[in-house]
Design a protein around this ligand. Structure first.
Ligand code: AMP
Ligand code: ZN
Length: 457
């Protein structure tokens, strides 16, 4: 099955088509670094990682960016409360985000741009919007004029009573949004100079400009938590699309919230669970599986019971894996029916609960054979491939049980993607993955029993 993704633009699952054959460009809105991210934020960040891995499983090379929001009112408040500096606060929490991402096995992104590094470009961008009569100044603040852009309303009906921001400021229309905020006394020494006076860029402009600078303002997929659809994503895209006259992104994916006591977990309301503690108490693999065990478009309530269930699931998989010898085994087997069911579930809009279900049915079936001593060589090979395939996405298995010591994980994952391309008889893709493997220092030989990797001398 080809990859299908639920596009918030059409409110439908659509077959994914990339802009270029070679590389898929994705951007996810990242953390506002004024305190430690909570487990709700990480539901969204792990979802970005899932999307990245499923794209790679389908043979795409990905170029990913997750930004660091290091200019924001909440950060400025924190700096002033603690009598600290912007850099001190933001670097501390950026580091914490990076460390937690690593611990939760989120693959590194190609870019983690910081808003502070692009302020000059933001000023130029805002000026371009003013020059095109899409934005105007009022008391040192600059606003986007939604009446000048008739296509405003990608994600909402603008006739509805819209949520509006910065209502204390003087603007033409209630829903015009801020591109540049004039300095207030309470901002202290946190401001940048511009021709409109001292101030700082607004959040919606920050993301728009980082996407413009890194990806020339054109993405395959833009993602974020569902709370960002409006106004943040609406406003990000309005700025770029009004100026560039083409789509900012072909697909928009939004992850549902992680709730606590039926309310959205959030830093500002103080009802959040710290990821660090959760990892210390449960282990990072259990937390990762918990975050991946529900479909990304369903609301999930935090519960220790669910974490305990995930712990048992991981123990069960590791017990199962111990039956097989992994060392020196290469991917030499075609995908069987069960492997394809697993891939189909993931390709059906990243349906992780279904994929996990397929994997566990397979384990139960094999465990029955193991108990009866009737497991044969083919079953063992199928199990081996399935464990590797499962781990290429979920990445939660005990490396002692699974690690193929001679073949690094990234090469194993590429071999799995190549296997999928071969099954689809997509020889062009299979060759390009082989080139990628080669560029990483490995040969791959196609034998009658499958792919045989070997390290280049
Ligand atoms: P923030 O640090 O608040 O800017 O949020 C960073 C990312 O986490 C955004 O994509 C949000 O949509 C997402 N997010 C915030 N709260 C939650 C939650 N309770 N569940 C899932 N995602 C969330
Ligand atoms: Zn954003």
């Amino acid at each position: 099955m080809s990859l299908k993704l639920y596009n918030s633009l059409s409110s439908k699952k659509e077959i994914f088509k990339s802009i270029s054959d070679k590389i898929v460009k994705t951007y996810g809105c990242g953390p506002t670094v004024y305190n430690d991210p909570h487990i709700g934020n990480f539901r969204t960040f792990v979802f970005y990682d899932l999307l990245n891995r499923v794209l790679q499983l389908n043979g795409y090379e990905t170029e990913t960016a997750v930004n660091i929001t290091d200019i924001d009112d909440k950060i400025i408040d924190r700096v002033n409360q603690e009598n600290s500096s912007l850099k001190e606060i933001t670097s501390k929490y950026e580091l914490s985000f990076m460390e937690l991402s690593k611990s939760l096995k989120i693959l590194p992104n190609n870019h983690n741009p910081r808003a502070t590094e692009y302020v000059e470009e933001m000023i130029e961008f805002i000026q371009a919007l003013i020059d095109q009569n899409l934005a105007y100044e009022m008391n040192g603040n600059i606003f986007f004029d939604i009446e000048a852009y008739p296509k405003y309303g990608k994600f909402i009906n603008i006739k509805d009573d819209l949520e509006a921001e910065d209502n204390e400021l003087l603007k033409r229309n209630r829903n015009d949004f801020t591109l540049w905020k004039a300095k207030k006394d309470s901002d202290g020494n946190i401001f940048w100079e511009s021709e409109w006076g001292k101030g700082r860029p607004g959040w919606h402009t920050e993301c728009a400009v980082m996407i413009k600078m890194l990806f020339d303002g054109r993405l395959d997929i833009h993602c974020g938590g569902v709370d960002l659809k409006f106004p943040h994503h609406e406003n990000e895209s309005a700025q770029i699309e009004a100026l560039q006259k083409h789509n900012l992104s072909n697909y928009w994916l939004h992850a549902e919230h992680l709730n606590i006591d039926d309310e959205k977990m959030s830093k500002s309301s103080g009802n959040f669970i710290d990821v660090n503690n959760l990892i210390k108490e449960n282990g990072s693999d259990v937390v990762r599986l918990f975050l991946l065990s529900a479909h990304y478009r369903t609301k999930v309530s935090f519960s220790q019971k669910k974490l305990d269930e995930c712990k048992k699931m991981i123990e069960k998989i590791n017990r199962f894996a111990k039956n097989f010898k992994f060392v020196n085994q290469s991917i030499e087997l075609k995908f069987s029916y069960d492997h394809n069911l697993f891939i189909d579930a993931l390709n059906d809009d990243l349906n992780t609960p279904e994929a996990i279900g397929v994997f566990f049915s397979f384990i139960s079936e094999m465990n029955k054979k193991i108990a009866k001593n009737s497991i044969n060589k083919l079953d063992e090979e199928k199990s081996l491939v399935f464990l590797k395939l499962f781990n290429s996405i979920f990445d939660i298995l005990d490396s002692h049980n699974l690690q193929d010591h001679k073949i690094p994980k990234n090469i194993q994952n590429l071999l799995i993607s190549r296997q999928k391309a071969r099954e689809n008889q997509d020889w062009k893709l299979s060759d390009s993955i082989r080139d990628k493997i080669l560029s990483l220092g490995w040969h791959v030989e196609d034998t009658s029993s499958g792919q045989k990797p070997s390290k280049k001398n």
